[in-house]
Design a protein around this ligand. Sequence first.
Ligand SMILES: [Zn+2]
Length: 391
Amino acid sequence: MDAEQIKRIAGEEISLLQEDLRSLALDLWEHPELAWKEEYSSQKLCSFLTEHGIQTEKGYCGFPTAFRSEVENGPGKTFAFACEYDALKPGHACGHNLIAACSTGAMIAASRIMKKLNLPGRLVILGTPAEESGAGKVHLLKHNILDNIDAVVMAHPGKCTIPDRGSLAIRRYNVTFHGKSSHASGSPELGINALDAVMLLFSAVNSQRQQMPEFCRIHGIVTEGGVAPNIIPDSASCQFFLRSAKEDWMEILDERFDNMVKGVALCTGTEYTKEPLSINCRSRKPNTPLNDAYVEVITELGEEISVTPKEGRGSSDFGDFSQVIPGIHPYFAITEPVNGAHSPEFMEAARSERGVNNMLKAAQALTYTACKYLSDPEFQEKVKADFEENC
Ligand SMILES: [Zn+2]
């Protein structure tokens, strides 16, 4: 199959869908819902897919706001689009409304091309809730949802248009030290100071920074520090996020942090509880051939790729997907480089003309990537080889 022909038809199909996709993206923006509570959004997306010929029902693997549907055209490879639609407290400040419209549009367009050009294989759309704070994909993976899928893609809005540069594995902890309260001036000798333990833990973490590779991060906040200066705090808490681009260093950081907590408790005479704040996410492993296909189309549509030496330093539950099968999570620009995700400016951009237009370009690029994959066994091999090389 001629790649240029696929590219041209991908453009035509997305053009036919563009007004529907624009309305869909804006509708989701108007109805922001937090992780696991995406009732309106998931229902809207399932109805949208069904109206466009892909029968889809809400609920998958016991998660009410997840969904999955597929379109098949004989034996061949299976290519999937992941769809996110959860919001943050202020609203769609991470632009997941655009991700949802992008993957949904690409699924519909690619399915139509599949039938038109008789491309062999299967296309799947996976509605994956709770990216922001629930690591929904990690939960879904426990149900082996990527079995029999060969590659998976999605595109995320960002402050620049870039291929997938990877992301960091993340582990999140809540640590509480338990001491003994006493009058801080009258009888300090009777107290055990839990806040001192928290402060010492920050010092211990800071002392590690010089001995960490550049691709590691540790950052924390104090969440509870006592009730009054004249009472020695009997309880003090903090939260820390540990991140690494490499899985082996994630283990080292985790062990070091654990030892620091234990050491601090010993130093201060406190007891402690250390609990994960949420499920761990793995680092994201980009796939060069899939990235190249995405970049090829989005640059032809007029987007400039920002060349920065820095690799991805965020974290996402798509990392776990990309460790299981080849996948990419590239970006399309919706704001200027000074306004990153999770800001008020980004939230506005997620419903702007530019935001929607670039979402449509990304949808076209993902449509092309999917159809190229289904139609080109050599490309399939390259994708697989790149994945295995980076294992
Ligand atoms: Zn996001």
